[in-house]
Write a protein that binds this ligand. Sequence first.
Ligand SMILES: Cc1cc2nc3c(=O)[nH]c(=O)nc-3n(C[C@H](O)[C@H](O)[C@H](O)COP(=O)(O)O)c2cc1C
Length: 206
Amino acid sequence: MNYILVINSSVSGNASVSRLLVGDVVQRLIDINPQAHLTYRDVGQDPIPHLTPANVAGVRAIAQTEEELATRTLSDQLIAELQAADLIVIGAPMYNFSIPSSLRTWFDHVLRPRVTFAYGPSGPEGLLKNKRAIVVESRGGLYSEGPSRTIDFQEPYLKQLLGFIGIDDVSFIRAEKIGSAPEGRAAAVESAREQSARAIARLAQG
Ligand SMILES: Cc1cc2nc3c(=O)[nH]c(=O)nc-3n(C[C@H](O)[C@H](O)[C@H](O)COP(=O)(O)O)c2cc1C
């Protein structure tokens, strides 16, 4: 894993659990490969503009106006970062049972017809090849088991979005029950660190 794209999306700055754990994942990756090239994109701190009627053609049609051309340039840049990476590390908090709108907006810019996905005779095909992803999910509650399992629209959605563009090898690291006071956060972080160690050991084996 020589080229790593690191995406954070929490709006909680330094208090963010997912940002902390993404940092932990990155440190472990550097430990096994000090030569790794890192590219950072923090859509929580520096949000990407949402798609609007004035700019959507920049991603989904032919860009003509100044605003559409600016959107096309941004989309090109975000896709280039993705194409250059062999590993994508994503920090994804659960917001309202799904992902932050800033992360969704990043996907809106990188899921581009004929560039990252295409529809062929056998249906949709992801055009990104040979990439892996590690996704850190932070959640106030418990969704990996128990009654709330069916309302987890975060992990299945991320799996679908990444798989749709060709990234099928995804390790999910879950920090759950962060909202259970007062020891919930520490227990979630400890468990997530153990999951990270396992995910990266698997990655290192090739
Ligand atoms: C806007 C917002 C919506 C949230 N919605 C949920 C939710 O639906 N389910 C949940 O378990 N936790 C929810 N939480 C709690 C966060 O998932 C939890 O605080 C997590 O630590 C956020 O990740 P972060 O620390 O990296 O920002 C929400 C938090 C915010 C700010």
